[in-house]
Design a protein around this ligand. Sequence first.
Ligand SMILES: NC(=O)C1=CN([C@@H]2O[C@H](COP(=O)(O)OP(=O)(O)OC[C@H]3O[C@@H](n4cnc5c(N)ncnc54)[C@H](O)[C@@H]3O)[C@@H](O)[C@H]2O)C=CC1
Ligand SMILES: O=C([O-])CC(=O)C(=O)O
Length: 344
Amino acid sequence: MFSLGRAFVPAATRAFSTSAPRSTKVAVLGAAGGIGQPLSLLLKQSPLISQLSLYDIVNTPGVAADIAHINTDSKVTGYTPENNGLATALKDSHIVVIPAGVPRKPGMTRDDLFNTNAGIVRDLAIACAEHCPKAHILVISNPVNSTVPIVAEVFKKKGAFDPRRLFGVTTLDVVRASRFVSELKGVSCEDAKVTVVGGHSGVTIVPLLSQVPNGITIAETGAETEALIKRIQFGGDEVVKAKDGKGSATLSMAFAGARFTQSLLRATVGKETGVVEPTFVQSPVMADKGVEYFATNVELGPDGVKNIQGLGSLSASEEKLIEAAVPELQKNIAKGVAFVNGSD
Ligand SMILES: NC(=O)C1=CN([C@@H]2O[C@H](COP(=O)(O)OP(=O)(O)OC[C@H]3O[C@@H](n4cnc5c(N)ncnc54)[C@H](O)[C@@H]3O)[C@@H](O)[C@H]2O)C=CC1
Ligand SMILES: O=C([O-])CC(=O)C(=O)O
């Protein structure tokens, strides 16, 4: 489990710095945005990163200059499209995190972002496949259920696809679910661990509340449980509404994105074993239902995806939630695949 104290405070940086690898470059694409800036700030605190490479179409020099003054050991560089900036930003990257693209406004679904974000993600994926084909690609840009297949199809066309290295970042769903359960039950977030599976939009977000450990019991049915499930599935809308036209979750997403990136670094460069995070990956779990990508808990290893965990035992209500997620996921995934394959 990610822990601020362990991973991100300067004291921990000093404690870990002697064993940190000499050259681990992490690139953030969309680094000047609402998510990109705080995410880059949090990543600057990671002792497992030696170079933080910040790319955006605007404003990156300022963001990079600012973050570069923080006295942790990593070097920060900023790039815009000028002077072949994207290629330089990506070259030799171990991880590329992608929060580039537009966020929702009230009344929009994540799928409504497809028309703008699909092209942005496709073009960035082409650049990744050309300049850092072995990098781990972490997709934050929505709609995640479609943008992850877009990246996969681009990499397949370039002969560079390795499903162990492509991740849709769904960490915010478990971060939220944990917080909501802790509020409802009056328990610590540390204890309120919620497995969330499926995808990253509305009904495709499926919390497995019957599996919450540590003696926390949540009724299978009833108004309280229904409201909790709805809140987890539509937590993003809560933020979009509160921001009232000024975007969607940025700070909690930066926290979640930093947690996932740090976990992947711990497993890949830190060679730590037993690192498990939920993530939307090419997965056998629902393949027999025609769903090629699916989020479950995944054990991360030196090459990325090491072991995709199954669903465990489900209540009858959870079976129904998964059934409801399947057609939506099929549609979202097919849309992403068609976008790349129809765009030659
Ligand atoms: N996976 C998840 O759980 C979450 C995903 N998101 C998604 O993350 C994305 C970004 O959200 P925000 O940071 O709030 O948006 P934002 O608009 O504040 O920032 C996006 C940044 O992307 C940059 N950008 C646009 N086109 C680019 C390109 N071709 N190359 C590089 N950079 C480019 C923009 O200049 C801007 O700085 C949205 O699609 C949003 O829906 C948001 C929250 C949670
Ligand atoms: O709701 C949105 O559009 C942003 C997002 O993915 C989230 O907050 O989970």
